[in-house]
Design a protein around this ligand. Structure first.
Ligand SMILES: Nc1nc2c(ncn2[C@@H]2O[C@H](COP(=O)(O)OP(=O)(O)O)[C@@H](O)[C@H]2O)c(=O)[nH]1
Ligand SMILES: [Mg+2]
Ligand SMILES: [Zn+2]
Length: 300
């Protein structure tokens, strides 16, 4: 019985498209893999699997390789907490915002960055539409992120500025793209690969929390090598499985400072002797980042 190793590039309703040696097999999960009470998705896009092809039977996924990491969403269900795997083995997230038109919602970006920290994958920031502002204006919006440690690319899909860097950032990697609508995600992707029709993470208004729908998940193959995940609804990840007390650990620029706070359980909101507040006052933490922290900490 032929057996091959492949990458899951699409999943929908129990069927998985597995790319292997230039072929794509439409496979289902071998029954025995499903035994026991599942605490999470057994297979997801980005997983490496072994598939067998028996005659007169549809291809079967026999086993799934351990994941290096995954973008997950914890879903409360009647039978307990269930871990949805949105993308397995992702290498990075690219968070795309525009400098203007629409103006960047940096608090949303900061939420995304917290998710990346909590789920332990690297994040890259794309500041698109740099053609609409002058350089000092652009840097006043995004300039502080590089200092925190987030690589920041400045691009214009209109003038072509930074497109080569954008391409290099995607090359050979499995990337999740996210960003509000209208910032230029489709235009940027088209600039590096014409015809690529992404639905990508349009941030839907309103929460879909609790609603369990079977969504199709896709990986787009890039001609330059690598994949881009087209996964709607990143916002639904939200922050609800992050404890308020651990939030300061997901702001890299706060991590080294919290031990200097006067009180061990400091929330860094209005406590006396708070090292974070002091850092904001003397310019070591950006006020906008601190504002984002407070909003998240207070559950807003
Ligand atoms: N000035 C300018 N406009 C851009 C740029 N990139 C995209 N746009 C325009 O912004 C609008 C939204 O772009 P689109 O790619 O559809 O955004 P998406 O919703 O994020 O996919 C379109 O009218 C694009 O032509 C850019 O770098 N500069
Ligand atoms: Mg689009
Ligand atoms: Zn403090």
């Amino acid at each position: 019985m032929p057996i091959s190793r492949g990458l899951v590039v699409r999943s929908q309703s129990g069927f998985y498209a597995v790319e292997t040696d230039g072929r794509v097999l439409l496979a289902r999960l071998r029954g025995r893999l499903k035994q026991g009470k599942a605490k999470g998705d057994l297979v997801a896009v980005g997983d490496w699997v072994l598939v067998t092809e028996a005659e007169a039977e549809e291809p079967r996924i026999e086993s799934v390789e351990p994941r290096r990491r995954a973008l997950v969403r914890r879903d409360p269900r009647p039978q307990g907490l269930y871990e949805q795997v949105i993308v397995a083995n992702l290498d990075q997230a690219l968070f795309i915002f525009s400098c203007a038109d629409p103006a960047p919602k940096l608090h949303m970006l900061d939420r995304f960055l917290v998710i990346a920290e909590a789920q332990k994958f690297p994040a890259v920031i794309i500041a698109n539409k740099v053609d609409l502002l002058n350089r000092p204006e652009v840097l006043s919006l995004f300039g502080h992120y590089a200092g925190i440690g987030y690589p920041t690319l400045y691009t214009s899909a209109k003038t072509g500025e930074g497109i080569q860097d954008f391409r290099d950032a995607l090359k050979g990697k499995l990337t999740v793209l996210a960003g509000p609508s209208g910032v230029g995600k489709s235009t940027l992707m088209n600039a590096i690969q014409p015809g690529l029709s992404l639905r990508v993470n349009e941030i839907q208004q309103g929460s879909r929390k609790g609603k369990h729908t079977t969504v199709e998940r896709l990986l787009f193959k890039l001609d330059i090598g690598g994949y881009v995940a087209d996964t709607p609804g990143l916002k639904a990840l939200a922050l609800w499985d992050i404890q308020p007390e651990e939030l300061d650990g997901y702001f890299p620029e706060m991590r080294g400072l919290v031990s200097d706070c006067k009180y061990g359980n400091c929330a860094h909101i209005d406590e006396l002797g708070c090292a974070i507040r002091k850092a904001v006052e003397d310019g070591r933490m950006h006020p906008s980042r601190y504002e984002s922290y407070k909003l998240m900490r207070l559950g807003e």
